[in-house]
Design a protein around this ligand. Structure first.
Ligand code: 5GP
Ligand code: ZN
Length: 112
């Protein structure tokens, strides 16, 4: 756990979040500044700074299982997009790995 990391503070319960799913490895909660009608972040409970820092790649399986579960719960009828921003140039602002799950509106391509 990193004391300065907002997502670690959400995991520990220190910071409030609208949690939509939780399992042993992952937590999913609504983004504080949603970019679509439904915008959920799926994170590992352990502090991993970015996609490039994943050491045990089984973690990706856990994250995708959590994504699937969240999709089942919140957006069964619509399409959705998964985004992982990795590094400053990609727009990563929180240094704790997270998968954005966006849905509820048509999503343009290419992304900005
Ligand atoms: P990034 O830009 O790193 O890919 O995405 C970080 C996301 O985390 C942003 O969409 C931002 O709105 C969201 N975020 C940042 N701080 C908090 C917070 O304290 N609570 C919640 N629920 N979302 C946050
Ligand atoms: Zn963290």
């Amino acid at each position: 756990m990193s004391q300065s990391c907002p997502f670690c503070r959400i995991v520990s319960g220190e910071l409030k979040a609208d949690i939509v799913y939780e399992d042993e490895t992952c937590l999913a909660f609504r983004d504080i500044a949603p970019q679509a009608p439904s915008h959920v972040l799926i994170i590992p409970k352990d502090h991993v700074p970015s996609a490039s820092h994943v050491e045990d790649h089984v973690l990706w399986v856990s994250l995708m299982v959590a994504v699937r579960e969240v999709v089942r719960r919140i957006s069964p009828d619509s399409g959705y997009r998964l985004v992982v921003n990795c590094g400053e140039d990609a727009g990563q602002t929180v240094p704790h790995l997270h998968v954005h799950l966006l849905s509820g509106r048509p999503l343009g391509w290419p992304p900005g």
